[in-house]
Design a protein around this ligand. Structure first.
Ligand SMILES: NC(=O)c1ccc[n+]([C@@H]2O[C@H](COP(=O)([O-])OP(=O)(O)OC[C@H]3O[C@@H](n4cnc5c(N)ncnc54)[C@H](O)[C@@H]3O)[C@@H](O)[C@H]2O)c1
Length: 332
């Protein structure tokens, strides 16, 4: 299949391209990425020389550029990873989130209509559902849970989801959506919790924790997210939303303590800072639909995946040293 992958120089997109090119040698991948602070060609080193891989620098909200790419490469499928993805930045600079996450998705949908794309997959997030209370451990987010976004980031992703579903209904764009829980793994920009903590410990600097660190996130290894997206792309039903998660809820402070322990450091670097405005308390995905309908299940247990991930950051200091020099610093 000829697949246009947008945002493929970022964390999950680059892992997905690596995954897909090692699954089926017949796929032709065109990666289009604006190379923002979060996009990095070094993330694509593993696939750069693969005969089925092409990279194009471009912004998904640049209509002319997008149409030119569709015209030239005639993709049969589009997988849209391109997004501004960090909640803290969305609180500081909401505009760019609307531009990329909403307008950019709209441009890709228009191009998909115009050029007869056979499948459009939107990579979304569990954050569109908002949070759950900490004291109701039996409550889960299903595909039928209402959209209840808390941050400009999650509101922009929820808006994009609604656009995708409207293009399915109105223009019959053959679209699917996945809403995944928090990912971790190699090549994640060190502004997100796990790589930030590993990097700070390795540099011997403070570990900023929002509030008391008791917010709960549902963690999934990036490789398991990639396998879910690929399954939905090839076997999912048009017009459907699939939640993706591994029933792996952890308090932020417990994750940080696991990292401290693996790296053999004390807790003296921990620094509790005032909570993020509107901070979601708990995310917990119910993945029953993708499990029962498509037979997906995660393969990597958290303890193993976290160890592998920490080892990767320890062994790839050059990578995070370089990305930090080009990108902005921010807390979690
Ligand atoms: N990281 C997570 O835990 C998580 C969980 C669920 C869903 N998601 C979703 O998965 C997708 C990828 O997330 P990520 O963590 O890999 O993000 P990321 O920030 O690491 O990567 C985003 C990529 O998109 C590119 N990009 C940004 N704006 C663009 C634009 N206007 N045009 C073209 N490219 C642009 C960036 O250069 C970067 O390569 C996002 O849509 C995000 O909402 C992420």
């Amino acid at each position: 299949m000829r697949i246009l992958i947008t945002g493929g120089a970022g964390f999950i997109g680059s892992n997905y391209i690596n995954y897909i090119l090692h699954q089926d040698a017949d796929d032709q991948i065109v990666c289009m990425d604006a190379l923002t602070y979060a996009g990095n060609l070094d993330n694509l080193t593993r696939v750069r020389n693969h005969p089925g891989f092409t990279f194009i620098k471009g912004n998904i909200s640049d209509r002319e550029r997008v149409y030119t790419v569709f015209k030239e490469y005639c993709p049969e499928a589009v997988v849209n990873f391109a997004a501004e993805s960090h909640v803290d930045r969305s609180i500081e600079f909401p505009d760019v989130f609307l531009q990329t996450n909403v307008v950019g998705t709209g441009v890709l949908l228009d191009a998909s209509c115009q050029f007869g794309v056979k499948r459009f997959h939107q990579v979304s997030t569990d954050e569109v559902y908002g949070d759950l209370p900490l004291d109701c451990p039996d409550l889960w987010l299903t595909e039928k849970s209402p959209l209840n976004a808390s941050s400009p980031y999650s509101a922009s992703k929820a808006s994009a989801d609604l656009l995708v579903l409207s293009y399915y209904r109105t223009y019959r764009v053959n679209a699917t959506i996945s809403r995944c829980s928090n990912n971790y793994g190699p090549y994640q920009y060190p502004e997100k919790l796990i790589p930030l903590m590993v990097r700070n410990i390795l540099k011997g600097i403070e570990l900023p924790i929002y509030g008391k660190g008791d917010n709960i996130r549902d963690w999934l290894y990036v490789g398991d997210h990639c396998s879910a997206i690929d399954l939905i792309l090839r076997k999912g039903a048009a017009g459907e939303v699939y939640n993706v998660g591994g029933h792996n809820e952890k308090r932020n402070i417990d994750v940080v303590n696991m990292i401290i322990e693996q790296l053999g450091k004390g807790k003296s670097l921990l620094k509790f800072i005032p909570d993020r405005p509107g901070h979601d308390r708990r995310y917990a995905i119910d993945p029953t639909k993708i499990t029962e309908e498509l037979g997906w299940s995660p393969k990597t247990c958290f303890e193993h995946g976290l160890k592998q991930t920490i080892d990767w950051y320890v062994n790839n200091r050059d990578w995070w040293d370089t990305v930090n020099k080009t990108g902005r610093q921010s807390p979690q």
